[in-house]
Design a protein around this ligand. Structure first.
Ligand code: NAP
Length: 320
């Protein structure tokens, strides 16, 4: 049997991403021992019952003791306090990483707590679903998806390379970029779409002349896809917007200008402007499918989807 990449990996947070990593590591036997910690007794109980990790610990400090790789799988706003809490227990030479959807704020909040000799290399797997919690994970979540690493200047090259190999073994393609660039790109590809989804679902729910049952009954006309995105974890997304303010507000400004242009085109019956935008948008969708980042199946491959995964793969997944 090939040797495991790591003796001991600690997963701090056992929700969608933490539990998917546990499954992906087991699939390829990437660690001899996986230690897990979650904040609540309920999640720790589920992790034990489902044998998600080899051991489950009441404190994050216990979980990271003697770990070669520590992965923070918690909402962005929790990374700094947890880093402070575990600092004393981190093993010299260990790699500390995270999976947060914002990178600049995680670098700002975590770096000051990282002891000398520990390699802090932030990361973000661009893979997810709208599900959360310890039972939502599955081994294939990262297959064929990108994982972005944002090592600070002067990072240990061997540690970066080992983390790249780890994510590749979990099924991902890996890209390295700086944290600021990551936050700008993700603001438009992920954060703004979520904000728009939360907003449109809120607006529809508030519309008094449309009854709730009609919103649900006729939801196939596009609205349903927004409700799927808007079902994502509220705490995770609150933290994303509070921690990537500048980039999100910059993209929101551009979006509002473009929306005004569309509003004007509709008001003035300017069909050419509409056709030109819709044609460009269709090309972008085709490009995403050609790049293997979504399925061309009608209805987004929704038919026959099994979402109660518990380690098996639902077909419906999307970049986050
Ligand atoms: P999740 O399913 O809601 O799980 C979050 C986990 O973090 C839970 O185990 C929770 O413990 C724990 N946790 C929450 N607050 C904590 C705190 N203050 N201290 C200690 N533990 C805490 O979330 P997720 O989807 O896995 O997201 C985790 C991270 O991955 C986030 O930073 C998110 O930005 C990033 N991410 C998410 C996606 C996605 O699509 N969901 C994709 C890429 C990256 P309890 O269960 O005990 O409360």
């Amino acid at each position: 049997m090939a040797e495991a990449m790591f003796e001991r990996v600690a997963l701090i947070g056992l929700g969608l991403i933490g539990s998917s990593l546990a499954h992906a590591m087991r699939r390829k036997k990437l660690a001899k021992h996986v230690a897990g910690h979650a904040r609540s007794e309920a999640t720790r109980g589920t992790a034990k019952r489902r044998k998600l990790t080899d051991s489950v610990h009441e404190t994050a400090g216990e979980a990271v003791e003697s770990a070669d790789l520590v992965i923070l799988c918690v909402p962005v706003g929790a990374c700094g306090p947890i880093a402070k809490d575990i600092a004393k227990s981190l093993k010299p030479g260990a790699i500390l990483t995270d999976v947060g959807s914002v990178k600049g704020a995680v670098v700002r909040d975590v770096t000051e707590h990282v002891p000398d000799g520990v390699h802090f290399i932030p990361g973000h797997p661009i893979a997810g679903t709208e599900q959360s919690g310890p039972e939502s994970g599955f081994a294939e979540l990262f297959d064929g998806r990108w994982c972005i690493l944002t090592p600070p200047k002067g990072s240990d090259a061997a540690a970066v390379s080992k983390l790249e190999t780890f994510w590749q073994a979990c099924g991902s393609h890996v890209e390295v970029m700086d944290a600021e660039h990551h936050d700008l790109v993700l603001a438009i590809t992920s954060h703004l779409p979520h904000l728009i989804a939360y907003n449109i679902v809120g607006t529809a729910a508030d519309l008094e002349q449309v009854t709730k049952s009609e919103v649900i009954k006729y939801s196939a006309g596009g609205f349903r896809d927004f409700t799927r995105i808007a079902a994502s974890d509220p705490v995770m997304w609150r933290d994303v917007f509070l921690n990537n303010k500048e980039a999100v507000l910059e993209m929101l400004g551009r979006f509002s200008e473009d929306l005004s242009a569309l509003q004007r085109a509709i008001r003035w019956s300017d069909g050419d402007t509409l056709i030109s935008l819709f044609t460009r948008a269709r090309e972008i969708r085709r490009g995403i499918i050609a790049a293997g980042q979504d399925t061309p199946a009608p209805d987004f491959g929704r038919h026959g989807t099994d979402h109660q995964s518990g380690g098996s793969s639902p077909t419906l997944k999307g970049p986050r």
